[in-house]
Design a protein around this ligand. Sequence first.
Ligand code: GAF
Length: 397
Amino acid sequence: DEEAPMSNEAPARDIAAEAATALTHLTSAPLTGVWSAPGRVNLIGEHTDYNDGLVLPFAIENRTWCAVSVREDRLVRVYSTFSQETRELSLDGIADAEFDGWSAYVFGVVWALDEQGVDLSGVTGVDLAIASDVPSGAGLSSSAAIECAVATALNELWDLGLDSGQLAKACQRAENVAVGAPTGIMDQTASLRGEQGHAVMLDCENLVSELVPLPLEEEGLTILVMNTHVEHAHATGGYGERRAACERGAEAMGVATLRGLTVSDLPRAQELLDDVTFRRVKHVVTENERVVETAAALRADGPRAIGDLLLASHASMRDDFEISVPELDLAVDTAMAHGAVGARMTGGGFGGSAIAVMPKERLEEASKAVKAAFADAGFTAPSTFTVTPSQGPRRDV
Ligand code: GAF
């Protein structure tokens, strides 16, 4: 709602119920259950995940719900309220399945479980209805939320006994192969391991994670999301190009991944690499350090202490990794001029959203100022809303 500055003040919809109702498009059989998984905001640690690096995201209250009714045959059928269409796939011959459109996020998970060696020969089919309030295209991992909701439901229904690391890997494979986006594992892990009031510090080299307290409410703070509505697609373009540059840099520096470098290697990198590759490497290496420093600052002094780190991360993405856009820069600068503790673009870049850690009393002012600044610059009107570190997957019904 463009009229309301804080669009999440609208009364919450019961989307679990919407998903359950949507099942009637597929079947009149009884509901077996409803599972859900959240989207995420990355607090810091960008483009580090596919370099075996460190990330510090948190799950948000916006979620995707998956209502399920078990079948007696081997079909998996799915309906989504956002596409209002049904797709189906047989569990027999899943290895050779082909994917297209939104259903790749769902069928891709089933395919990836099979590819991982999970024995699906004895399981029965399911009817799935998907509904979500994670805005798509905002850089809040609406895709990971679908994958993780489906994976969580199937893990329980089919009694697979997989842990969150195995589920995250299956969801990432779905994204990489079925959807065709060469992304890392941050978003799926954030969705699967999120906890209320915490960020998840994840080491992408070994998937070891720890929860880091993010006590915003207690500090009179909130996180403002500024969705630029500038479209980004990770299956094409800049994302894969950045990933390739990181791999080139690692190879030239003689390490398996950029995780093998620290800031003390940067002078040698500067001598050895061309300017563009060097700046890509510098971003990743310094960003890993900022994640460590952010977690330490949160633990020692709380969220008011992380502002400079968020700003340094944004500058690194703008100037060295070159994945910001003028809309994201304007959102960050305007929030900072209106009381933000710190701000940065979040997610893969080239569009999507920026976040600002805001004192609650300046929230309204900053939100209005961002909208006015976008109007003055002739940019598409942004939407703004707040997010809270929230819980990971759960069974709702
Ligand atoms: C996107 C990807 F999906 C993540 O894996 C991560 O690389 C992120 O961009 C950048 O940090 O969200």
